[in-house]
Design a protein around this ligand. Structure first.
Ligand SMILES: Cc1ncc(COP(=O)(O)O)c(C=O)c1O
Length: 186
């Protein structure tokens, strides 16, 4: 196997049909190689401009009357994401609040829906604040949080495990139906 050189990488960059997209982002340090795209990606220049415009024109100009438009944005932006990026249908995606707030609400609803189920499963390597939320909800209900060593093995999809199904479970998972299971990478 030949090891690619810097010249090879530069040639690939020149031939890359979407290389122009680099200019769409704020890049203060050209020597920084930044690969964290799932969490806090690079700031798109257009986001900067859109936020400036929003603050100036909508908050500044419309004041509280802006709510008549803002109130529907979670659905209309969700529909755009659904159609253009996610392959989902209208009405299936809602953009609302932060990851933590949404997880709190989802997990609360799931635990309240089945109060007889008292075990919450989450992967040990899960994002720390996700775990704090689950621990807080479990403590308030007298439930137990467990982290079996290979919870991530069964990536059957959050939808199925959220319902607490226990078909096909690995042997080490609890025999009692569990209240909620969040596999990593959901
Ligand atoms: C898996 C996961 N959970 C929680 C968070 C925290 O999100 P929030 O901004 O809602 O606190 C992040 C942020 O990147 C995340 O990736």
């Amino acid at each position: 196997m030949t090891i690619p050189t810097r010249l090879d990488a530069q040639r690939l960059d020149r031939e890359d049909p979407i290389a122009w997209l680099r200019d769409e982002f704020v890049i203060d340090d050209p020597d920084l190689i930044y690969l964290d795209g799932n969490s806090l990606g690079r700031l798109p220049r257009r986001t900067n401009e859109a936020l400036d415009r929003f603050i100036r024109d909508e908050w500044g100009g419309d004041l509280v009357a802006g709510w008549t438009r803002w109130v529907d944005l979670p659905r209309s932006v969700g529909d755009l994401l659904a159609r253009d990026f996610l392959g989902a249908r209208d009405g299936e995606v809602v953009v609302a609040d932060s990851t933590s707030v949404n997880l709190y609400r989802l997990a609360s609803a799931a635990l309240d829906a089945r109060p007889d189920r008292r075990i919450v499963l989450t992967a040990a390597e899960e994002f720390p604040t996700d775990r704090y939320i689950l621990e807080g909800l479990a403590a308030a209900r007298g439930h137990e949080v467990r982290s079996p060593p290979d919870l991530g093995v069964r990536r059957s999809g959050a939808d199925r495990v959220l319902r607490g199904s226990h078909d096909g479970r690995p042997a080490h998972l609890p025999a009692r139906p569990r209240a909620l299971a969040l596999p990593p990478g959901r």
